[in-house]
Design a protein around this ligand. Structure first.
Ligand code: NAD
Length: 276
């Protein structure tokens, strides 16, 4: 397929590379020049012209809303539009009203999941468009499901970020507790990882968190954006998420304390600060 790929950052660049290796003809665009396996276009218009599939992987709602008019003005009317970005369900629904074939398809799995092509993808849209997008999803992900109509993918992503943020906060508290008590925290986390407390976050991040290595990965700024989406989505769905609200405040504190550019595991710095 011919694919126009807008947003070649931490996630988009490796994803676009996998699409090239899967045999697709990928033309990419980003505000800053990026070296990737496909062709780099001079504009959004140039990247999406003639494309069968148009993809965006941009930071947040404002960037997606800024790029969309240039997509809709230049893409083929029958092109499939897949937005992999994490944005609000409301914006995703608005885009679906403006473009016939739209899937909101946010991802989970982090930079490593993008590099290893094992992302989890939660898609909202029609069954026919989901089926048409399967070759794309198969090239960048391992688990992909249609979870409902337009915006549904973003609701599932909000649920995902609720769990991920909360897990980081609790892991940070576990580290602070063990270190303060003078026990071997590394050995302690090995044991947690082998029992009921096991998690993917514990597997991937326990060594770097103990070493206070907070290079992103997924930036606190983006998780702050996502916790806003979580609270907004919960309000829209008419439910209370008290643990989510608490996590959102810890993430907000991390950002306020100047850690916005660090990995979201830097929640540890905030939790440490509470007991210093
Ligand atoms: P990023 O900031 O590394 O990449 C975004 C890219 O979009 C940047 O290269 C930027 O230059 C480009 N961009 C911004 N505005 C643009 C415009 N108007 N036109 C063209 N390009 C533009 O962010 P990322 O980490 O790749 O995240 C992208 C999305 O994926 C976000 O919504 C994020 O929440 C989500 N996400 C990220 C991760 C992760 O671990 N990094 C995991 C899951 C989901």
């Amino acid at each position: 397929m011919k694919i126009g790929f807008i947003g070649l950052g931490i996630m988009g660049r490796p994803m676009a590379g996998h699409l090239v290796r899967a045999g697709h003809e990928v033309t990419g665009y980003d505000l800053s020049p990026v070296d990737f396996e496909g062709a780099f276009a001079g504009s959004v218009a140039e990247a999406v012209r003639d494309a069968d599939v148009v993809i965006t992987m941009l930071p947040a709602d404002p960037q997606v809303e800024a790029v969309f008019p240039e997509i809709s003005a230049n893409a083929r009317q029958d092109a499939l539009y897949i937005d992999f970005s994490t944005i609000t369900p409301q914006t995703a629904q608005k885009l679906a009203q403006q473009w016939k074939r739209t899937l909101d398809a946010p991802v989970s799995g982090g930079e490593k999941g993008a590099i290893d092509a094992v992302l989890s993808i939660m898609a909202g849209g029609s069954a026919a468009d989901f089926a048409a997008a399967e070759p794309v999803f198969a090239a960048v992900g391992r688990t992909y499901r249609l979870v409902g109509g337009p915006g549904s993918g973003q609701y599932v992503k909000a649920a995902n970020q609720l769990v991920v943020g909360g897990a980081y906060a609790l892991l940070a508290e576990a580290i602070v507790l063990m270190e303060a008590a003078g026990v071997d925290a590394a050995a302690g986390l090995d044991v947690l990882a082998g029992g009921l407390a096991a998690s993917r976050i514990l597997d991937l991040k326990r060594t770097s968190m103990l070493a206070r290595d907070f290079r992103p990965g997924f930036r606190i700024d983006l998780h702050h954006k996502d916790m806003g989406i979580v609270l907004d989505a919960a309000r829209g769905a008419g439910v209370a998420v008290p643990m989510g609200a608490l996590t959102a405040q810890l993430v907000a504190a991390a950002r306020a304390q100047g850690y916005g550019g660090l990995d979201h595991s830097a929640l540890l710095k905030v939790v440490e600060g509470l007991s210093r």
